[in-house]
Design a protein around this ligand. Structure first.
Ligand code: FPP
Length: 251
């Protein structure tokens, strides 16, 4: 049985449908979604999760109507301002992953202030993926690796998975153990493509604004029962195929 996942990553989906089902404008779904994010971060800290990564804005989300984009960034700013004292009090380290050059300047400043002021937080590392795309992140890492190779700093033959892992996970966070997606869809939507290679996936129809402690606990319970093999086999579960002699022990 696994313990508590060290790193949980969440694709927070279903805000729009939550609002529509109540005859409310979509922004009300995002506002309720921001409350769910706050609740979930608290619950993760209480349960001893070390890192929580929330997919707040994907690089594809720029295709949404300008008004909706504005609402999302103003919610982010409002919450960052309001929650900063609690983050500091509770020992939560905040950081953002994703591009910083396209987001509103005011959001960027608040993000960087929160990152600076919470840098020593040890209880929970709360990461927000903003203007984030998994493929872009891999391409960016490849560009940096290529530049090092071109400058003679790195031999192409010495480039390994580890080289990428170091370039991609620059702030030293472990890969997610558990990836949760709410809202009923079962896809990754360009989220942490490299890092979720061995994550356990958990999909729930619950719409993100409704996601609460019992839903988090159900996901963690499910994770705890999964057998994580990382491509290997569990001792004792390998029988020889009929008619084939045992290969014996090699090496
Ligand atoms: C998906 O709902 C959710 C998002 C676009 C991003 C998540 C944003 C928040 C939770 C609010 C802001 C965040 C913080 C942390 C302040 P959707 O609109 O795609 O839902 P739908 O699939 O039902 O339309």
């Amino acid at each position: 049985m696994n313990g508590i996942p060290r790193h949980i990553a969440i694709i927070m989906d279903g805000n729009g449908r939550w609002a529509e089902a109540r005859g409310l404008p979509r922004w009300r779904g995002h506002a309720a979604g921001a409350d769910a994010a706050r609740r979930t971060a608290r619950a993760c800290a209480e349960r001893g999760v070390e890192t929580l990564t929330l997919y707040a804005f994907s690089s594809e989300n720029w295709r949404r109507p300008e008004r909706e984009i504005k609402v999302l960034f103003s919610l982010l700013e409002e919450h960052l301002k309001r929650e900063l004292p609690e983050l500091l009090r509770e020992g939560v380290r905040f950081s953002a992953v994703g591009r910083r050059d396209r987001i509103p300047e005011s959001s960027r400043r608040l993000i960087e202030e929160a990152e600076r002021r919470t840098a020593d937080g040890k209880r929970l590392h709360l990461r927000m993926a903003i203007d984030y795309g998994g493929r872009a992140e891999i391409a960016e890492a490849a560009r940096r690796i290529a530049a090092r190779a071109a400058s003679g700093d790195l031999l192409p033959a010495s480039i390994t998975e580890e080289t990428f892992a170091v370039e991609i996970g620059r702030d030293g966070v472990p890969d997610p153990d558990l990836l949760i997606r709410t809202g009923g869809e079962q896809r990754l939507s360009n989220f942490m493509l490299w890092q979720v290679s061995y994550a356990e996936l958990y999909f729930t129809p619950v719409l993100w604004p409704d996601f609460d402690r019992p839903d988090l606990d159900a996901a963690i319970e499910d994770y705890r029962t999964r057998v994580r093999r990382y491509g290997a086999v569990t001792a004792g579960n390998f029988a020889d195929p009929p008619g084939q002699p045992s290969a014996g022990v090699s090496g």
